[in-house]
Design a protein around this ligand. Sequence first.
Ligand code: AMP
Length: 117
Amino acid sequence: MIDDIFCKIINKEVPADIIMETDEWMAFKDIRPQAPVHILIVPKKHIQDISFVKEEDRELIGKLIIAANEVADKLKLDKGFRLILNQGEHGGPLVPHLHVHLLGGKHLGAKIVADTN
Ligand code: AMP
């Protein structure tokens, strides 16, 4: 049985502050926000991480990006936002259920890729 914390939130066994939800994904507030707006966008299908994404998930993964736009519109993040996916030992994910972090609500800190060209 798959019982990671995000599956429990999706199944409404654990409460969360849900921002938006469709049949295929859920967006809820991160419990330890790292920015004024910190939302997790999570597919309802249990996919452990990026390495488990299959060709059949192509459309679903695209929908997570569209979901980010919809969440940003709903939360009026008209000045932009940042998306993060942590993967593997070096990325350091904690929850074994694919999720996109959406951060915003302020000018975010330094990027890993510098602005200079
Ligand atoms: P990651 O390190 O990429 O796996 O991120 C997992 C995120 O899930 C962290 O930012 C946690 O604060 C967040 N998180 C863990 N448990 C919960 C929960 N019950 N509700 C909302 N967010 C959670």
